[in-house]
Design a protein around this ligand. Structure first.
Ligand SMILES: Nc1ncnc2c1ncn2[C@@H]1O[C@H](COP(=O)(O)OS(=O)(=O)O)[C@@H](OP(=O)(O)O)[C@H]1O
Ligand SMILES: Nc1ncnc2c1ncn2[C@@H]1O[C@H](COP(=O)(O)OP(=O)(O)O)[C@@H](O)[C@H]1O
Length: 207
């Protein structure tokens, strides 16, 4: 019996079927692929391409996309530092559950603050938090501007936009970095291939 946060007199309930049993069933190891980077850096493109590639290989994956989660679970949150921290905390907890279920959970969020990403890393066990940094220059993201948000931010119509008047802290310890080679961004399938190669090498795609 213990107190956790504001909950008192709570107990941990164990069930007969555990993570190892689920992993055996799925023939893979649950993990979290956490994709971080500026708006327009290609997070969602990588998440979806990777999800499709894993699906076609017979691996069960699920994408948690920041934009999509803000339509439901996180619709009460804005873009202040506190709200972003709470956003990342909640998605980290959900990702942890998906990984415990045995899935390859792909989370794609700007997640601009290092300490928030590191908090997520600290709750995911067994080196199964794989941080992927979309290291794309701001100029490229701004030139892409698929939603017109950079334009609005430059015009002062969106305040606190990441990369313009709000910070982005690049990772110090990411497992995978995706960046331009000789000034060219790798194709979506090459980006996904880089992540699949890592997952294969570390044994996540088999039990
Ligand atoms: N102020 C501000 N700063 C950054 N982004 C903004 C902002 N306002 C709205 N948007 C849109 O919200 C998407 C980012 O949501 P996230 O949940 O990933 O953000 S965060 O991790 O909490 O920082 C982001 O989506 P992506 O472009 O896919 O990154 C934007 O479409
Ligand atoms: N590897 C890539 N090569 C070329 N264009 C890309 C690549 N990745 C993303 N894009 C394009 O860049 C834009 C932003 O990508 P998106 O995945 O929506 O970024 P984010 O989720 O980080 O905001 C989209 O128009 C997308 O088609």
């Amino acid at each position: 019996m213990s107190a956790i946060g504001n909950s008192t007199n709570i107990f941990w309930q164990e069930c007969q079927v555990g993570k190892l049993d689920r992993q055996k069933l799925l023939k893979q190891r649950g993990c979290v692929v956490w994709i971080t980077g500026l708006s327009g850096s290609g997070k969602s493109t990588l998440a979806c391409t990777l999800g499709r590639e894993l699906h076609s290989r017979g691996n069960l994956a699920y994408v948690l996309d920041g934009d999509n989660l803000r339509h439901g679970l996180n619709k009460d949150l804005g873009f202040s530092a506190d709200d972003r921290a709470e956003n990342i905390r909640r998605v980290g907890e959900v990702a942890k559950l998906f990984a415990d279920a045995g899935l390859i959970c792909i989370a794609s969020l700007i997640s601009p603050y290092r300490k928030d990403r590191d908090s997520c890393r600290s709750i995911i066990p067994d080196s199964s938090f794989i941080e992927v940094f979309m290291n794309m220059p701001l100029e490229l993201c701004e030139a892409r501007d698929p939603k017109g948000l950079y334009k609005l931010a430059r015009a002062g119509k969106i305040k606190g936009f990441t990369g313009i008047d709000d910070p982005y802290e690049p990772p110090h310890n990411c497992e995978i970095e995706i960046k331009e080679e000789m000034g060219v961004c790798p194709s979506p399938s090459a980006m996904a291939g880089q992540v699949v190669g890592y997952l294969e090498e570390k044994g996540f795609l088999q039990d």
